[in-house]
Design a protein around this ligand. Structure first.
Ligand code: MG
Length: 370
C-alpha cells in the first residue's frame, strides 16, 4: 500500500492541506507517517475513506468533535454511525425551524415599521395586525384541570384569559406548588398592551418570566414542573415551552402538534432509534430532558412566535390527556365540539374513559374576528 504526500492526499480526499494539518493536531486524522527529519506528513491510501467521510461531514456543518465520534463509530458499527448522523441532522432541522420562524417575524416587523428604507422587503405583504383586513382578532377560551381517576392529588395547573393561555404539569412532593408558581410567573405579561410590544421584547419578557418561574421552583425541594404557554398579542402568539406538556393547532382541517417534547424518548425518535409508536408505550416516556426544576442545567425554555389566524383552534394539554387518550379521539373532539368549555370537558372525559391514570390539564382557545 503506497504512501501519499499531504498534497496528493489533499487532492484525493478533497480536503485542503491546511485542514489536514488541523485534523492531525486534533487527532481526527493523523498521518500514517511523519518524516522525523523534514516533518513532512505522509498518508496511507487506506485513510482516504475516513478522510472523505470527514469532508462530507464538514460540508453538512458537523462540529469536529462530533465528526471524530462518528468516524470512530463508523470503524466498528456503520449503522450506529448512520444513526448518529441522522440524530445530528434532526437537531439541526429543529434548531433551523425555530430560527426560521423568528427570522420571518423579524422581517415582518422591520418591513412593517419602515417600508420606504427597506425596499427589498416591500414585496412581502405587511403582517396582519390587530386591525388587518379581517378586523381585530380575539380569543375565546376555556381551561380546566382534573385529578384523574388514580392519583391522590392534582398537581397540574391550567390557566386561560384574554392574553394568556398556559398548562403546567408539576412533579415531586411540591409539584402542585411548582406548576402553580410557573403560571403565576407569567401573569405579569398579561399587562402588556396589545400591538405596542416588539416581538423581540416579548420573547425576552417570556424568557425572563420562565426563568423567574424556575427561581420560584428552586425553593421547592425535589420538585419541578413543565410549562407550555402562549401570550396573545392581538395577532400573534408568543410561545414558551419546556418539558412534555404540549400545544396543538387545528387549522384548515389539519390537526398538528406545534411543540416538541423535551423527553428522552422524543430524542430517541429524533435519532431514529425509536418509532413514535414505540415511544408512546415506552416505560420511560415521561422522563424529561428539560424542566423548570430550580436548577440551571434543565431550565432551558424554548421560545417562538406563532402567527395566529382567524379560525385557528389551539389545544394546550398535559400528558394526562395525550398519553392516555388515542390521538384520533382527541382530534375528533377538538374538531367537533364548538364551545371551548364543552371541548375541555369532553377531552377530560376522554382521559377518564382511558382510565384517567394521571392528572389532566387542558386549555382550548379559538381565534376569531371580534
Ligand atoms: Mg402528568
Amino acid at each position: 500500500m503506497g504512501l501519499l504526500t499531504i498534497g496528493a492526499f489533499a487532492r484525493a480526499s478533497r480536503l485542503s492541506a491546511k485542514a489536514l494539518r488541523r485534523y492531525d493536531e486534533l487527532g481526527l486524522l493523523p498521518p500514517a507517517r511523519v518524516d522525523s527529519f523534514t516533518g513532512y506528513r505522509y498518508y496511507d491510501e487506506t485513510q482516504l475513506e475516513r478522510a472523505r467521510l470527514v469532508a462530507w461531514l464538514r460540508r453538512i456543518g458537523m462540529p469536529l468533535a462530533r465528526i471524530r465520534d462518528v468516524c470512530d463509530l463508523c470503524a466498528s458499527d456503520a449503522d450506529a454511525a448512520a444513526r448518529d448522523i441522522r440524530a445530528y441532522w434532526a437537531q439541526v432541522e429543529a434548531e433551523t425551524s425555530a430560527r426560521r420562524d423568528l427570522a420571518a417575524f423579524l422581517v415582518d416587523e422591520l418591513a412593517g415599521k419602515d417600508t420606504d428604507t427597506m425596499s427589498p422587503l416591500t414585496t412581502t405583504p405587511p403582517p396582519l395586525g390587530p386591525l388587518g383586513p379581517l378586523g381585530p382578532l380575539g380569543i375565546r377560551y376555556a381551561a380546566r384541570t382534573d385529578r384523574g381517576l388514580v392519583r391522590e392529588r392534582d398537581q397540574d395547573a391550567a390557566y386561560a384569559a384574554s392574553r394568556l393561555l398556559a398548562v403546567a404539569d408539576g412533579f415531586g412532593d411540591e409539584g402542585g406548588a411548582a406548576s402553580t408558581a410557573a403560571i403565576e410567573a407569567l401573569r405579569p405579561l398579561e399587562a402588556m398592551v396589545p400591538g405596542s410590544v416588539r416581538a423581540g421584547d416579548l420573547l425576552n419578557a417570556l424568557e425572563d418570566a420562565a426563568l423567574r418561574a424556575n427561581d420560584a421552583v428552586r425553593g421547592l425541594a425535589d420538585s419541578g414542573t413543565t410549562l407550555t404557554a402562549m401570550v396573545w398579542t392581538g395577532s400573534q402568539l408568543a410561545l414558551v415551552h419546556i418539558g412534555d406538556t404540549r400545544a396543538y393547532l387545528l387549522r384548515g382541517g389539519e390537526f398538528c402538534q406545534i411543540t416538541h417534547d423535551h423527553t428522552v424518548v422524543q430524542s430517541m425518535v429524533d435519532a431514529g432509534s425509536l418509532s413514535p409508536e414505540e415511544a408512546a408505550s415506552h416505560p420511560q416516556r415521561a422522563m424529561l430532558l428539560r424542566a423548570l426544576d430550580g436548577g440551571d442545567g434543565h431550565a432551558r425554555p424554548e421560545l417562538r412566535l406563532h402567527e395566529a389566524r382567524a379560525g385557528d383552534r389551539y389545544l394546550l394539554c398535559s400528558d394526562g390527556l395525550f398519553a392516555a387518550a388515542p390521538e384520533a379521539d382527541v382530534r375528533r373532539t377538538v374538531e367537533a365540539v364548538a364551545e371551548p368549555d364543552d371541548a375541555v370537558r369532553e377531552l377530560i372525559a376522554l382521559a377518564h374513559g382511558a382510565g384517567g391514570p394521571d392528572n389532566i390539564a387542558c386549555v382550548v382557545a379559538d381565534v376569531a374576528a371580534l
